[in-house]
Write a new protein. Structure first.
Lengths: 663, 148, 127
């Protein structure tokens, strides 16, 4: 016989004002199996919890129902209290009479009636609760960081600092990401490479950090503490262990007309290349789309000049499988393709550039060696027009609905740098709003206007027309002066919106993490858990979670590292005991459950069964791995024979709740 | 079915809410004090795909006048793909119930995220009104289960 | 603030003027900007404020060529040309205030400016 205790909470007046708690306690005391029914001011308080603990001991309760706030709020509190009194914590059920009753209803009579029904459903359920024991699973003391930009680098460095092994998987031949392409950083104007490259070197020298460059994730299995990840090491046709990065092959390669991605295609590289001088790892890579040897079988110059014999034309993609306890996603961003905004003539004129292209044009290691020249005729531009919000803050079909956040500041930076270096240049910035919330950010923008004389115009550019004399005719509105402007510009710079990297969506599917409609990873809680994903063991770092500038990215990277370290420090983690299990006597081995399981937790085993006639028979039955199962219950509904059931939410339990509500 | 003094029909509505999105959404409508009728009684399930058609049939058998199933938005399921199963299963089940004489308006699947407290309350108000219009459910109800 | 007129324009145009973020791109692309007293972005803003009478009385209504450049370029899909069209309709349908007599039209025509009807037809038939 069950002995159930019911505890009704007043929650101050939160519940008691609209629900007659005494009446609820009284009504529930008549339910079958209820031996004690009490109400109290604050059940979650220490004395409230003691009330429950004492009742468990005194009445040797076999089940506890707490009528209080949402189980999302205090289920754990009451479970812990029950456990402390020697009752299995999973024999506690919560009836949510605050969020789902007292707070939404006004009439005391009907609200009380509903509270009684909710309490009754919980009592009916707790009758069927079984004691559950949470298992434990070990934590692999190694972390994976996906993406080797500044976010990934910082996260890896912090985790390594704490004494754990970290692998960085980077899809490009070198780590460094977008920050390596940037010339100067706002608001201090220090050189990006000067602050980034030491960190890259630190990564390569730290014995706890292992860099898988030119690699991609192809598969993720497992769960928090125990992920198995397949990494595809793409063929770079150069033996990483032998190559010294001397660069002789890149000098001698005859194929010199390959658009240089690092310089945004503004100049050319060779087919065998090292992306930039400070690349980490400093190893050459052969581009199979352009290499003559790989395409036609005739050349082989690089292999002849390589003194260490690192060139290997026969190299193929290699799959490596590794185990990790925690995964940090740091896949970063890309500027969007802006060809579709025809009004800005980006595809018509080489003098219309994106801001990232401008970074390369102004960079000392860029195509012009740091002198700002028009890409079309290599002359010095005298009038430059900046257009903000290209593709940002748009209606869904026109572009991205969000603000890309970094454009206002980098445009101010560009304008300032240009005015400083070339005071004879007129710089116009067309803005909708100038958004500069950040330490020293607004001061920086004001400096661009006040000290450097950048013309900020509230309005938007409507049309850019390349003219035959090489000028760009810019037609724009000046909203404050209420006039339409026509400017003859030499260059137009577009602040393209940024979007998450294309690899993020398939990766999210592999990691079973959530994404928003813009393909940014969704954090577990927008305020209180900003660096964790809703999937345990997966953390978010940098712009993959939303547009961010460098300081914010680094801050989030360290935060994600702290969360990952917190996980890796544990020797084992508690599993959710509310998992599926199969009744082997009922299972007919049809495989329906295996097909719907999103985690691959169900396998089939051949098991020997004794038949009624004393013979034995081997049957194929489902077996659930409780460490992998997350307890969604998809299999329980798919099972045609009713063999699958879910702990904590069993068929009979939910059915009892339905019955209690419909009584 | 409950009939109160002034004889206005008060339907009994069972709502199955997935733990991660819709139950949290229901909590949020509570936190924001957004009213919806007391007719709605919520049962928490880990995922909308945990809802066995059996539960819905049982509810109707025991005298529920409407059943609503709430889950995460497609693509946002905490368990990756659970709500897709729900969508397919319920399409079939509701078609069958319609055939049996349980009107389409008595059953519904709605996607409510943890951030959509307002949507949850609005959905429940609207659904209750719709079921009220249909009147008591007389099909499937097992009269032996009715309270005397 | 004329709410009933504003509602009428909202319904007739099918445009949600509150979607406007005041970037001014409509006025930046407008080919007849200099001919107008009120510019496309002002149409949207003034309709939102309910300040519609000045727009109805303005010649700007007939300077809009309905070329739809603003509709095409608006990042928020506000469709200013449709707002102008709705204000024009409001003015046309106003009884007892026929401020355009057919005989006067020839002298009002501007040789440099294309006609609304021609631009509209061009846009319609070249799609």
């Amino acid at each position: 016989m069950q002995r159930i205790g019911v505890f009704v909470c007043h929650c101050g007046t939160n519940i008691a004002a609209t629900v007659d708690v005494k009446a609820v306690a009284e009504a529930l005391s008549h339910e079958p199996g209820v031996v004690i029914s009490q109400d109290y001011q604050y059940m979650c308080s220490e004395s409230g919890q003691n009330l429950i603990k004492d009742a468990i001991k005194e009445h040797s309760l076999t089940g506890v129902v707490v009528c209080s706030c949402s189980p999302r709020m205090h289920e754990n509190t009451f479970r812990k209290a029950a456990a402390a009194a020697g009752l299995n914590p999973y024999l506690v059920e919560i009836a949510n009479i605050r969020e789902q009753c007292s707070w939404i209803h006004k009439d005391i009579a009907t609200a009380t009636e509903k509270a009684v029904i909710l309490g009754r459903a919980a009592v009916a359920k707790v009758h069927l609760n079984a004691p559950l024991t949470a298992g434990e699973s070990p934590v692999v003391k190694r972390a994976l960081v996906i993406g080797g930009g500044i976010a990934g680098i910082q996260t890896a460095l912090d985790i390594a600092e704490a004494g754990f092994d970290v692998d960085i998987v980077e899809k490009e031949p070198t780590i460094g990401g977008k920050m390596a392409q940037i010339d100067k950083t706002f608001p201090t104007l220090d050189c990006a490479a000067c602050i980034l490259t030491p960190k890259m070197v630190e990564c390569s020298q730290n014995e706890r950090i292992h860099i898988h460059s030119f690699s991609e994730i192809t598969d993720v299995k497992g769960f928090v503490g125990n992920f198995t990840v397949t990494i595809k090491k793409k063929a770079r046709f150069v033996d990483e262990t032998k190559c010294t990065g001397c660069g002789l092959c890149t000098e001698k390669c005859p194929m010199k007309k390959v658009p240089n991605e690092f310089n945004m295609g503004l100049d050319n590289r060779t087919a065998v290349y090292i992306p930039f001088a400070q690349a980490v790892p400093k190893v050459a890579t052969i581009d199979p789309n352009y290499c003559l040897m790989l395409k036609t079988g005739k050349c082989g110059v690089c292999s002849k000049v390589c003194s260490v014999g690192a060139i290997d034309y026969k190299q193929t993609d290699k799959l490596v499988e590794e185990k990790y306890g925690a995964i940090v996603v740091a896949t970063g961003f890309n500027p969007i393709k802006i060809d579709k905004y025809e009004e800005f003539a980006y595809s018509q004129s080489p003098d219309v550039v994106t801001s990232l292209e401008l970074e390369r044009l102004m960079n000392a290691a860029g195509p012009n060696g740091g002198t700002l020249l028009r890409p079309s005729d290599k002359t010095h531009p005298h009038t430059i027009v900046f257009v903000q919000c290209v593709g940002s803050r748009c209606d869904d079909e026109k572009g991205k609905p969000y603000c890309s956040k970094i454009c206002c500041m980098y445009t101010a930076k560009h304008a300032m740098l240009i005015r400083e270096k070339y005071p004879d240049t007129d710089v116009y910035v067309f803005y909708i709003d100038v958004r500069t919330p950040g330490k020293n950010f607004d001061e920086f923008y004001r400096r661009a206007v006040e000290q450097y004389g950048v013309h900020y115009i509230k309005g938007m550019v409507g049309k850019v027309t390349p003219r035959s004399d090489g000028k760009l005719e810019v037609q724009a509105s000046d909203l404050l002066a209420n006039e339409q402007l026509h400017i003859d510009a030499d260059m137009v710079v577009l602040a393209a919106a940024i979007e998450p990297d294309k690899s993020a969506r398939p990766l999210a599917t592999m990691l079973t993490t959530q994404m928003d409609t813009n393909d940014f990873f969704t954090e577990a809680h927008p305020k209180l858990r900003p660096v964790e994903s809703a999937t345990a063991g997966i953390f978010l770092s940098g712009a993959c979670q939303g547009p961010k500038d460098i300081p914010e990215t680094v801050a989030q990277a360290s935060a994600a590292a702290a969360k990952a370290i917190g996980l890796l420090c544990k020797n084992s983690i508690t599993c959710n005991p509310c998992v599926a299990h199969s009744d082997e006597l009922m299972c007919n081995g049809c495989s329906s459950c295996e097909k719907v399981c999103p985690y691959g937790a169900i396998t089939y085993i051949d098991k020997e069964f004794r038949m009624p006639d004393r013979t034995t028979r081997i049957r194929r039955v489902a077996s659930v791995n409780p460490a992998v199962c997350q307890g969604c219950g998809a299999c329980t509904v798919a099972c045609p024979s009713g063999a699958m059931d879910l702990n904590g939410f069993s068929n009979s339990q939910i059915m009892a709740e339905v019955d209690a509500i419909c009584k | 079915m409950q009939v109160n003094e002034n004889k206005e029909f008060q339907p009994l509505i069972v709502a199955f809410c997935c733990n991660w999105c819709s139950y949290a959404g229901a909590d949020l409508s509570g936190t924001n004090r957004l009213n919806y009728p007391t007719n709605v009684k919520i049962i928490r399930v880990p995922c909308s795909c945990r809802v066995n058609p059996m539960f819905i049939l049982r509810a109707f058998q025991r005298g529920a006048d409407g059943v609503i199933l709430c889950g995460c938005h497609p693509g946002d399921c905490h368990y990756t793909s659970g709500n897709y199963f729900t969508r397919r299963r319920m399409t079939l089940l509701f078609g069958m119930l319609d055939f049996l004489g349980i009107e389409r308006d008595r059953t519904r699947v709605e996607w409510v995220s943890a951030a959509e407290g307002a949507k949850f309350a609005a959905t429940m108000n609207e659904f209750t009104e719709a079921v009220k219009k249909l009147g008591p459910n007389r099909r499937l109800e097992d009269l032996r289960c009715r309270k005397q | 603030m004329n709410n009933s007129l504003k509602d009428w324009i909202d319904i007739t145009s099918g445009v949600n003027v509150r979607k406007c973020m005041r970037c001014g791109k409509c006025s930046a692309v407008c080919p007849s900007y200099d001919e107008m007293e009120y510019h496309p972005h002002q149409f949207v803003y003034m309709v939102e404020k309910g300040n519609i009478e000045p727009l109805m009385a303005s010649e700007s209504l007939y300077r809009c060529l309905t070329c739809f450049a603003c509709v095409e370029r608006c990042p928020r899909s506000v469709e200013p040309a449709k707002v102008v069209e709705a204000v024009r309709l409001a003015s046309v349908r106003k009884q007892g205030n026929n401020h355009l007599i057919p005989d006067q039209i020839p002298e009002m025509l501007d040789d440099d400016m294309p006609q609304q009807a021609i631009v509209t037809a061009f846009r319609k038939y070249t799609k």
